[in-house]
Design a protein around this ligand. Structure first.
Ligand code: NDP
Ligand code: OAA
Length: 398
């Protein structure tokens, strides 16, 4: 059933799990799965970096359970890439993690996912990103003890500059890029700046986890199920300056402030809870959230490949140039978006601001502008100058 594809060197130790497409006619006739494959769309390549890490481990297997097999394939509900969308997974790791990556590939093989036609592993982004239509950039160095944030921006920025160049050269010209590795907004900006041939609109920083966290907190406070919370915007940076917007969010179609009338709770407790959720989780769990992050990556993709429910929107960190709100141009900022399901999105225009919301948006904007100055050497904009606000922290930092 499986054919191994080893393309030579360790640099390109490609391990392909390719179902045999040349079954005998009689076998095909007896195999309902193979009958189904005839109606499948053509194969797409999905690249994942940091593929031996915690988030990727949840994500890769979730792709099957959540999207492609249980709900997507068996129930034909079209979650994630759809029940008729075969995929190749192209996994990027490093020399250090190569054995672990081989282990991941083996587990993927052994899971017998019908829509997973091929798994490739490599340490070379130019190999992994070849013809990718989606690039999920998860791999990044965590901030270690004593490491300045400027140092983290530089180390991780180098990774995303290199990956941006590789995407620019070899990925599908309309590749959609979701940056997860922190600091994800600025990493996404660096990636975008190093990939001038790819539309700037195609780069996302993952703030969907923050949106999900905010929905959860509002639902708990209001005593409703989380699906009753809609129109949830996270503005700005995936950091502790992010702004979970309770002014525009709704519960059961009503403004949140009409359902939860404790404005002090909304301004203070709710906001801080969402901003610092990641850090509290690390304190309890001993590592950053991986399962819920993987879920939120799936949610983020699904929001782009399925039409947004009427009247609702979702949050994603996207390029600000041309935004209708007056947010500084040329940064990656989480904003409310809608999609018609073609992988693209439009910014939502009908949102309101008050002084409280706008003041906080300006704070997270200032932080992102400072981060941008810090990585000017990686975006081709001259010499870096780092004047980060003192309290600049990832959600995982306390
Ligand atoms: N945006 C969001 O909502 C969230 C973002 N995150 C961020 O996601 C990232 C990954 O988290 P997680 O999977 O838990 O972390 P892990 O430490 O489990 O995995 C990190 C992966 O990154 C790779 N990596 C580490 N250093 C480098 C480097 N210098 N160059 C390239 N790759 C590197 C490692 O691969 P290898 O061993 O091959 O080097 C490893 O596979 C982190 O940056 C984390 O802060 C986490 C939660 C939420
Ligand atoms: O800082 C981290 O790695 C964790 C993180 O982003 C989050 O939980 O939102």
């Amino acid at each position: 059933m499986f054919a191994w594809q080893a393309a030579g060197s360790r640099q390109w130790l490609a391990r392909a799990v390719r179902r045999n497409h040349s079954l005998e006619a009689t076998e095909l006739a007896n195999t309902s799965l193979d009958d189904k494959t005839k109606a499948w769309k053509s194969l797409i390549n999905i690249a994942v970096s940091g593929a031996a890490g915690m988030i990727a481990n949840h994500l890769l297997f979730k792709v099957r359970i959540y999207g492609l097999f249980l709900r997507g394939f068996q129930l034909a509900s079209g979650e994630v890439f759809g029940p008729d969308q075969p995929i190749t997974l192209k996994l990027l790791g490093s020399e250090r993690s190569f054995q672990a990556l081989e282990g991941v590939a083996m587990e993927l093989e052994d899971s017998l996912y019908p829509l997973l036609r091929e798994v490739n592993i490599s340490v070379d982004p130019y190999e992994v990103f070849q013809d990718a239509t989606w690039a999920l950039l998860i791999g990044a160095k965590p901030r270690g003890p004593g490491m300045e944030r400027a140092g983290l921006l530089d180390i991780n920025g180098q990774i995303f500059a290199q990956q941006g160049k590789a995407l620019n050269e070899v990925a599908s010209p309309n590749v959609k890029v979701i940056v997860v590795g922190n600091p994800c907004n600025t990493n996404a900006l660096i990636c975008l700046k190093n990939a001038p041939n790819i539309p700037a609109k195609n780069f996302h920083a993952l703030t969907r986890l923050d949106e999900n966290r905010a929905k959860c907190q509002l639902a708990l406070k209001a005593g409703v199920f989380y699906d009753k919370v809609s129109n949830m915007t996270i503005w700005g940076n995936h950091s502790t300056t992010q702004v979970p917007d309770f002014l525009n969010a709704k519960i059961n179609g009503m403004p949140v402030t009409e359902v939860i009338t404790d404005i002090k709770w909304l301004k203070e407790e709710f906001t801080e809870r969402v901003q610092k959720r990641g850090g509290i989780l690390i304190q309890k769990w001993g590592r950053s959230s991986a399962a819920s992050t993987a879920v939120s990556i799936v949610d983020a993709i699904r929001s782009l490949v399925t039409p947004t429910p009427s009247g609702d929107w979702f949050s994603t960190g996207v390029y600000t140039t041309g935004n209708p709100y007056g947010i500084a141009e040329d940064i990656i900022f989480s904003m409310p978006c809608r999609s018609n399901g073609d992988g693209d999105y439009e910014l939502v225009k009908d949102v309101i601001f008050d002084d409280y919301l706008w003041e906080r948006i300006k704070k997270t904007e200032a932080e992102l502008l400072a981060e941008k100055r810090c990585v000017a050497h990686l975006t081709g904009e001259g010499n870096a100058y780092c004047d980060l606000p003192e309290d600049t922290m990832l959600p995982g930092e306390q």
